[in-house]
Ligand binder design. Structure first.
Ligand SMILES: [Zn+2]
Ligand SMILES: [Zn+2]
Length: 305
């Protein structure tokens, strides 16, 4: 049975500790994927989705390993980014990704992914991707960036999504965090992407603050608690968790837009990862869906729920 928690039950920010969180924490691609791989492997030991989580862990290792010697990503010109800023747009334009630097990343990822152990469907999809025409590859890229992956075509998109995550994380890492400003509810201030989940963190100086995690570039942006991360409503917010669980992952439900996004209590367990723990808590999705809420976040590795 789900456990409903009213907002007043949530731990307040630790009293006595000054919390002055930065607005944005940019990803460090040299650490992001290796840590995610470790988390996925740890989750694979305890979760019934073990084989899939192990595959994603191997894919995260590939995302990490192929960075060595990869060409620098092609950051948009300063003037383009300044113009975007002036219009309240994020500096990275998701529609202009189909560049040489990205396809070099994808080629490397496809090659390296050939060597990892994978489920049958993932192996077949990789074979098809190797033979795909440039136009077909562009179409897969567009689907991932539009958050429009059909559930029955998940396997085709997993590798493309992994390459896009790496490409955008490397681009995001080149930006100056102090120049970034909010671009709207439910949108990453770096690339405009939706959150994959949000996290209450225990970082020094930010204890108890909540950050949304971008599903594409891995940027974390500060967002007040008890507020829908999608539509911005502060009314009708509730929390659901699986009874008997560790209490570190909950679903934040919103009656205004009818959606939910998971909230990870990373201050209780620093190993939690916004992407890995979202996939590994599929049971929570099934539970929340019974209450009529729709999944409002996007995770290219968890589609169709
Ligand atoms: Zn982003
Ligand atoms: Zn909402």
């Amino acid at each position: 049975m789900p456990k409903q928690i009213v907002p007043s039950d949530i731990d307040p920010t630790a009293i006595g500790e000054v919390s002055a969180p930065p607005y944005v924490r940019l990803p460090d691609p040299t650490r992001l994927f290796v840590r995610r791989a470790q988390r996925l492997n740890a989750l694979a030991e305890i979760d019934e989705l073990g084989p899939y989580l192990r595959f994603l862990a191997a894919l995260a290792d590939v995302q990490h390993g192929i960075q060595d010697g990869l060409s620098d990503p092609d950051l948009p010109e300063t003037e383009v980014r300044e113009r975007a800023h002036a219009f309240g747009m994020p500096p990275l334009d998701r529609d202009r990704v189909a560049s040489g630097a990205f396809f070099e990343t994808l080629d490397r990822l496809v090659l390296a992914a050939s060597a990892i152990e994978k489920p049958r469907a993932a192996a077949d999809a990789l074979d098809r991707l190797k033979l795909a025409t440039p136009a077909e590859r562009h179409a897969l890229v567009r689907n991932v960036l539009a958050d429009a992956i059909a559930a029955d075509a998940l396997a085709e998109h997993v590798y493309v999504a992994a390459a896009l995550q790496l490409h955008f994380a490397r681009l995001a890492a080149c930006l100056d965090a102090s120049t970034l400003v909010p671009v709207g509810d439910g949108a990453c201030p770096v690339c405009g992407g939706p959150p994959v989940s949000s996290m209450v963190v225990g970082w020094h100086g930010s204890h108890g603050a909540r950050f949304c995690a971008c599903s594409l570039c891995g940027t974390l942006w500060n967002y007040v608690r008890i507020k829908c991360t999608l539509c911005g409503s502060t009314k009708g917010i509730g929390y659901v968790e699986v009874e008997g669980g560790p209490g570190t992952v909950k679903a934040e439900t919103c009656d205004s837009c009818g959606c939910y996004v998971k909230i990870l209590h990373q201050h209780k367990d620093p190993n939690l990862d916004p992407v890995a723990d979202d996939v590994a808590t599929l049971g929570l999705d099934l539970l929340v869906r019974e209450s009529g809420y729709r999944r409002g976040s996007f995770n290219p590795f968890l589609v169709g729920y």
